[in-house]
Design a binder for this molecule. Structure first.
Ligand code: ZN
Length: 116
């Protein structure tokens, strides 16, 4: 279940819970562990070439595929998790429900919520 502002499109991550979904859910951490394991075994990590082509990320191109050092992937994903955490205005549905001054952090609207 997540919350979205229909006025501007702002949204946050699905609500978090202890033992349920959250920033360190297995679905988020397991891919990082897999990347670490591959990297420690000496493998480069294949990524979508369009993802790195116009970025600052160093990559090696082999047969139209892009390969990146595993540390780059881990750092990018931790940065993504950090942004999710920083953007999480109401970590739980209860914290949203109990907030008497619900305002969209992006546009300030207080009446355009979609909870899905
Ligand atoms: Zn908004």
């Amino acid at each position: 279940m997540f919350i979205r502002c229909d006025n501007c499109g702002w949204e946050q991550d699905d609500f978090w819970s202890v033992g349920g979904w959250g920033p360190f859910d297995e679905n988020r951490i397991k891919p990082l562990q897999d990347v670490l394991e591959k990297g420690l075994n000496g493998e480069k990590i294949e990524v979508d070439i369009n993802f790195v082509k116009d970025s600052q990320i160093e990559y090696e191109e082999i047969d139209g595929k892009a390969y990146v050092d595993f540390k780059e992937i881990i750092i990018l994903d931790l940065d993504r998790i950090k942004r999710i955490i920083l953007n999480m205005t109401w970590p739980t549905y209860e914290s949203f429900k109990n907030d008497p001054n619900k305002e969209c952090p992006q546009c300030g609207s207080s009446e355009d919520w979609s909870i899905d």
